[in-house]
Design a protein around this ligand. Sequence first.
Ligand code: PMP
Length: 401
Amino acid sequence: MQKRLQQKVARYTAPAQAREQGIYPYFRPISSGQDTEVYINGKRVLMFGSNSYLGLTNHPKIIEAAIAATQKYGTGCAGSRFLNGTLDIHEELERRLAAYVGKESAAIFSTGFQVNLGALSCLTGRNDYLILDEYDHASIIDGSRLSFSKVIKYAHNDMADLRKKLSQLPEDAVKLIVVDGIFSMEGDIVKLPEMVEIADEFGASIMLDDAHSFGVIGDKGAGTASHFGLTDKVDIISGTFSKSLASLGGFIAADNEVIEFLKHHARSLIFSASMTPASAASVMAALDIIESEPERIEKLWANTNYAMKILNDEGFDLGPTETPIIPIYIRDNMKTFNLTCGLQEQGVFVNPVVSPAVPPDSTLIRFSLMATHSFAQIDEALGKLIRLAKELGIQTMKEKV
Ligand code: PMP
């Protein structure tokens, strides 16, 4: 390797230092299914860091569907959707998803990240405007960079700032607002009713990223637009299969013309292999379960409210969350890593979230609920978290006043 490149990578010693101090919280290898309890290094650990909000990743019917699809179609598609990689079940899934979220058509991609890269890089271009919430997901940011569009950011969920930013743009320019439906680290929901009014006033389109909303809010989990009864006012809805839908892949849904355009311009679709048969079949089986067992979403919300009450009663700073994503703001990197690793030792898995996923002063523990958690598991995890936070000198809001 070139010496200068070698020197550059060798200078990056932060992970090694953290490992030496016993506070390295990433790439923890799980040797079991992603359920409410997982096994790490042979030890049982309660999982409160998963995006499997409905707890479906080990559901026997979904596993059966994945096996059956693998037996029928094989393990891979050996090509992109554009050429030899389209299966009948890919198209069936697209029709089903479009109907589920209330749009004319849909296109599925191999990951949700690729949806945003592919769609944003071609929908708008030079001289057009992408208007983003400052806390939008990394895939939206990266997609906007690939698009050569002018990127305008407004303050997080601040509709007055969105209005101000839009009012400064040329009237006849192409303008697309792209926003998370539920914010992935903060857990709050986009203020869609106000956004729709503002977008109408300034002639902007809206694209919602429902990665964390699908299966969580809306009619039968249909997402943010459905939650607010504003499906017709949202132009484009995207999502992922890697969270509530227990699989891997992503989708985008909109009018026929938009999807037709994307299928012939989105480079991450055209130049990347299509979803595996097992992944596609798993999503369809997961949709069957979500539709026929509404009690799963109810239990997810019961768990969310239960955990939220305990943490609020203790006085933790949870920000404006209103969903199963509960950020516990620590605002100190070392304490966040110590709490994460200490909890892991005591058999509880949570995620530390530091810059650049959140602003440097907003370091947090992301505590996320699944429908399959029991109240007893929540009690055990939060009991340990509260005790350890006290031992580490993490002050709650109550203690700060
Ligand atoms: N959008 C948002 C808001 C996300 O949180 C994520 C994943 N964390 C993605 C897109 C990417 O989804 P995927 O895992 O399917 O690549």
